[in-house]
Design a protein around this ligand. Sequence first.
Ligand SMILES: [Zn+2]
Length: 174
Amino acid sequence: MKRDYFKFCPRCGEKLSWRQENHEDPSVQQCNSCGFTFYDNPITATEAYIVRNGKLLMVRRGQHPRKGFLDVPGGFMDGFEQPRAGIVREVQEELNCTFTPKALIGAYGDHYFWKDKDYAVTILSFAGTLKGAASSNHEITTLEWVPLNKIPPQLAFAHMHDSIRDLKRYLRTK
Ligand SMILES: [Zn+2]
């Protein structure tokens, strides 16, 4: 993946250059004209894990990236939104029903490949309940209730296996 995906300063339009930041992070992009620094930090997303009768509500992605792969409802947070408000909004948008987050089951790092860029993402996974009958929007092709002991190895995003492991742990202690 191209590390210089962003070429120009979003503040003043000058060309960005690389600067050594510290030993852990090899370099950051900086504008030598106005001083703007582009830190390519993770973007925060939220996800909903809804289980009924031992089955997890999964959605088959209707859009890129990872079109056609099994996912769970969720998405990127808006500006200053609180995480719980974010996941409630995402489920309302995707499934047209009300999600009630009961527990944060974990936080995970993952990749999100979009238009030649590998975005770092932090995902907050919530377990919770759903009120009403779910229906899918344009971002999703089908809704599928998948038995927790039959989760396929190929999922939309790698961290989901860790989320599901921690979801099972949470369900056992409930
Ligand atoms: Zn600038």
